[in-house]
Design a protein around this ligand. Structure first.
Ligand SMILES: Cc1ncc(COP(=O)(O)O)c(C=O)c1O
Length: 448
């Protein structure tokens, strides 16, 4: 097989042929398990027995070429584990398992011990409007925003929530006019975070209801607009789009951290939401916080959480305080031996995006959003937008990108969940190295 190659065979040709050969390997890999999870994914099935010895010999040659292609694509990721061939990679959720490695490196520094007698009371600080907010967490939230420069905290009330998800609902409750003749419309510009519509409507509140894409909103009367910046799913920096005087804004800045996007200035809005889920990667702690300008709004948000869960886990708040403290410490002690959280995370995101762009370019089946580099006040240099999700558009005649990836055993979230066409798909960039590398391997080998 190799002897048929012309002597002038360039590296580019080598890559193209290598990728083409990968397809047969991957197709075989995908269809080789009768009882595999394909039955849950509507995949076609066939068995490895359909392939003869020649095919098996080709597999080893292909494997060799595949390694070279991956190297060219700056990936060096190929998995040799046979069990990986059939493994479904779940990149549907933005589960931030990527960060586990950093926190393992931090070792005992990030450990906290909570004796049985501690955190027993419902109350944390009865002098605070948000009476269940642990003072230690409040202190570390303010410190981290000052260290990063991504939010004004002076003159703001901090309301802690069980994730920013609870704070979104608390804000809806706090901002909805209590005696309006009909529920206030909640909007966000498409493609919007897929949970917004269902979170808004699942309790069929009489106070608020999902009003759809902010770009096409033309109803009279007040509205609440969710501004997500950088945006989930597409990573773009956003501004409000309706821009009417009767609009109320909630800024969801879950991803406004320097490892995802250049920090241009401290955010300074009426209500701004943040979460440890995306900043430090501790989604399981379920801690988010709101910076709120208006005292009455802060009181109403606090009331919602009181009625909903009578506060927020103190244990989680103390753990969150510890983690935020270490992130600030690691930033301030950057020139010492300390591993800086933001440098570390930025480098990983940068590397992952490079790999993704290289494999998308190589197979020509997907396009990705492009972002200009911008000055980041935190890093004090031009940095890139490195979103937590890849917002991929399928090209050629692939109409349903989610199903197409599903055929390659990659679970993703299709465009319809974000209010746009199924040609788009959202893929998490925050999974483990193993899953991300497998994803890149499969992407690099795809063809139609
Ligand atoms: C834009 C945005 N807002 C809010 C959330 C919810 O985060 P939390 O885990 O803090 O509830 C997410 C989670 O993916 C998100 O992407």
């Amino acid at each position: 097989m190799m002897s048929k190659f012309p002597i002038t065979f360039s590296m580019k040709h080598f890559l193209v042929v290598s990728l083409a050969l990968n397809v047969s390997l991957i197709l075989r890999i995908i269809y080789d398990n009768e009882d595999g999870p394909s039955k849950y994914m509507g995949l076609k099935k066939t068995t490895m027995s359909q392939y003869d010895a020649k095919s098996r010999r080709e597999v080893s040659i292909i494997h060799h070429l595949r390694l070279s292609a991956s190297t060219l694509a700056n990936s060096s990721t190929c998995s040799d584990h046979p069990e990986d061939r059939d493994r479904i990679i779940n990149l549907d959720h933005g589960d931030p398992k990527m960060y586990e490695k950093f926190w393992r490196k931090m070792g005992d520094k990030s450990t906290i011990t909570i004796p049985g007698w501690q955190s027993i009371s419902y109350f944390s600080d009865i002098t605070n409007i948000c009476w269940f907010l642990e003072p230690e967490l409040a202190k570390e939230v303010v410190r981290l925003h000052n260290v990063v420069g991504n939010a004004v905290t002076k003159g703001r009330y901090i309301v802690v929530g069980t994730g920013s998800s609870q704070l979104i609902l608390a804000a809806f409750y706090a901002l909805s006019p209590p005696d309006a003749p009909e529920p206030i419309s909640v909007l966000s510009a498409s493609p919007y975070y897929s949970s917004y519509p269902s979170m808004t409507d699942f309790q069929k509140s009489g106070l608020y209801k999902w009003g759809g894409d902010a770009k096409s909103f033309d109803k009279d009367g007040p509205y609440i607009e969710l501004v997500t910046s950088p945006n989930n799913p597409d990573g773009h920096t956003r501004q409000p789009v309706v821009n009417r005087s009767d609009g109320i804004l909630i800024h969801d800045l879950a991803y406004y951290w320097p490892h995802y996007t250049p920090i241009s200035s401290p955010s300074d809005h009426d209500i701004t939401l943040f979460t440890v889920s995306k900043s430090t990667g501790h989604a399981g702690m379920r801690i988010g916080w709101a910076l709120v300008k208006d005292q009455e709004v802060a009181k109403r948000m606090t009331k919602f959480i009181e009625l909903n869960t009578i506060g927020v886990s103190k244990d989680s708040q103390l753990r969150a305080a510890k983690v935020l403290k270490l992130v600030s410490d690691s930033t301030e002690q950057e020139n010492t031996q300390e591993l800086s959280f933001f440098n570390y995370s930025y480098e990983i995101m940068e590397q992952r995006w490079k790999q993704l762009r290289a494999s998308a370019e190589a197979n020509g089946l997907f396009t990705l959003p492009n972002f200009p580099t911008e000055f980041c006040t935190f890093f004090n240099k031009e940095t890139e937008n490195l979103p937590a999700f890849a917002w991929m558009k399928c090209e050629k005649d692939i109409e349903d990108c989610q199903s197409f990836l599903g055929e390659h055993k990659i679970m993703s979230r299709g465009g319809k969940h974000f209010g746009v066409s199924q040609r788009y798909v959202r893929v998490s960039m925050l999974d483990t190295d193993e899953n991300f590398n497998l994803f890149i391997d499969r992407l690099s080998a795809m063809q139609i």
